[in-house]
Design a protein around this ligand. Structure first.
Ligand SMILES: Nc1ncnc2c1ncn2[C@@H]1O[C@H](COP(=O)(O)OP(=O)(O)O)[C@@H](O)[C@H]1O
Ligand SMILES: Nc1ccn([C@@H]2O[C@H](COP(=O)(O)OP(=O)(O)O)[C@@H](O)[C@H]2O)c(=O)n1
Length: 419
């Protein structure tokens, strides 16, 4: 079915291809046409005389697509010649939600047949489409050639289209599939993902059992619920402990302690599955909050803001400006998740944060290592934190001494929660 769709330019013509040649600038956008365009060359300045290929995953099953795409990069890096550069590519309908098909674009300077051999194997055994790109003719125009398997095991070209430039879309393609791929806005949507993983990730069963026993939480709590957010090493642990003592409160965290045995396992999974795990963690914590907030104020170390902000920042490629605009539905609060009374985000300069990380000298999650290496990613997490609504977070300067930060936060809590 999908193959037939692909072979009809009529349907495929509403799609645009985006290749990330350089993560600090816009992708190169192109489309397919039966005739060359008069407009300038698509790959000018980014391709010389390398051989180029693209491959993208085709499967109607969301979990299979996510698992395969995640594993594909590792497989390609291992099997392709080292002179082959693997770039991220997506195919999408401009500004249409949930229309993205992810893939890779290969720039191959190896001049060996190894790449074609690897791609031929993939085409035979896996749910992928493979295309090659050629630049020819007097005007050096590019064309895309869709590969197909023949019955005797050889690869042939099924169809050939001209590659023509396409307009930059209003919404960066990486923002189109956030909902229900990277961020889940209801318990049911996250739960369904783990349910579908039970056969391939046996640990999902244990997580679902815990989640099934979660406590229900009412919309309104008797005592205030205060969430402390911020990047790693901004002082959340230090502050949540001193706050708990100062207010005679109960300290909780998301993901809750009971999920610890499975966290490392889910951290290795592709975003769809990993994010569903963290989303469910928030519902477990919500149950605990509901219970504890009957007796005393509750302090929570990370909650929904962390889940959504890290997920959005990881999903959105390239520049800060590619993030969905403030007010976008992706920054909304899930309708069925307990809302805290106040969310505070600890903010720190990158120099001071690095200094504290070094002093602490602990192991970091891969994502935290990426934060250190990638200033842009850190900026995107903080910006996403600030755009999340319902409740929005209040930014707190975390650079003064621990006691000064505590006093500042106590003042805020008294003012906003009348404690
Ligand atoms: N206000 C502060 N001033 C200086 N150092 C701090 C302050 N708050 C925390 N630290 C130190 O910074 C490091 C990170 O703090 P921590 O509370 O563990 O952060 P997080 O829980 O956000 O990762 C720790 O070594 C801690 O002692
Ligand atoms: N409520 C939460 C908490 C963490 N997380 C994820 O967990 C990572 C940070 O957790 P961590 O344990 O390293 O953070 P610290 O509490 O050590 O600062 C982030 O990268 C998020 O992806 C989440 O998604 N939702």
């Amino acid at each position: 079915m999908a193959r037939r769709m692909m072979s009809r330019l009529g349907q495929w013509s509403s799609y645009v291809f985006a290749v990330d040649f350089d993560t600090n600038s816009d992708p190169i956008y192109f489309a397919l046409a039966s005739k060359q365009s008069e407009r300038p060359q698509v790959f000018r300045n980014v391709l010389a005389d390398e051989m180029c290929y693209s491959l993208h995953v085709q499967s109607d099953d969301k979990i299979e697509r996510a698992k395969f795409y995640g594993g594909l990069k590792k497989k390609l890096s291992k099997e392709l010649p080292p002179e082959c550069t693997i770039l991220e590519m997506s195919i999408f309908q401009p500004n249409v939600k949930d229309s993205v098909i992810k893939g890779y674009f290969l720039k191959d300077a190896s001049k060996s047949s190894a790449t074609e051999r690897v791609l031929g194997e993939l085409l035979r055994n896996d749910p992928v489409y493979v295309c090659s790109y050629l630049c020819g003719g007097e005007d050096r125009q590019w064309s895309q050639h869709l590969w197909s398997n023949t019955e005797d095991g050889w690869v042939e070209v099924l169809e050939k289209y001209c590659v023509v430039p396409a307009e930059k879309p209003v919404h960066h393609p990486s923002t189109l599939n956030i909902i229900n791929y990277d961020v889940f806005y209801s318990f049911e949507d996250a739960y369904k993902v783990l349910q579908q993983c039970v056969d391939i990730i046996p640990e999902s069963k244990a997580v679902l059992e815990l989640v099934d026993q979660r406590l229900e939480s009412k919309e309104k709590t008797d005592f205030p619920v205060i969430v402390i957010e911020g990047l790693d090493a901004t002082g959340k642990t230090t502050l949540t402990e001193s706050l708990t003592e100062a207010l005679g409160a109960t300290l909780l965290k998301s993901p809750p302690q009971c999920l610890s045995p499975w966290r490392a396992r889910f951290d290795t999974e592709p975003p769809l599955i990993r994010r569903a795990f963290y989303a469910l963690g928030n519902y477990l914590t919500a149950g605990q909050i509901g219970q504890e907030a009957r007796q005393a104020p509750v302090i929570v170390d990370r909650y929904w803001h962390s889940t959504a902000a890290y997920a959005i920042a990881t999903a959105v490629g390239g520049k800060l400006g590619n993030l969905p605009q403030a007010g976008s539905e992706v920054y909304g609060w899930p309708g069925d998740l307990l809302r805290p009374s106040l969310v505070l985000m600890l903010s720190l300069s990158s120099q001071e944060r690095m200094r504290r990380l070094q002093v602490r000298g602990q192991d970091k999650t891969m994502e935290e290592e990426e934060l250190e290496a990638n200033h842009l990613f850190r900026q995107k997490v903080e910006e996403a934190y600030q755009r999340i609504e319902g409740p929005a977070c209040v930014t707190v300067d975390a650079s003064p001494s621990p006691d000064q930060v505590l006093q500042q936060v106590l003042l805020l809590i008294r003012e906003k929660c009348h404690l």
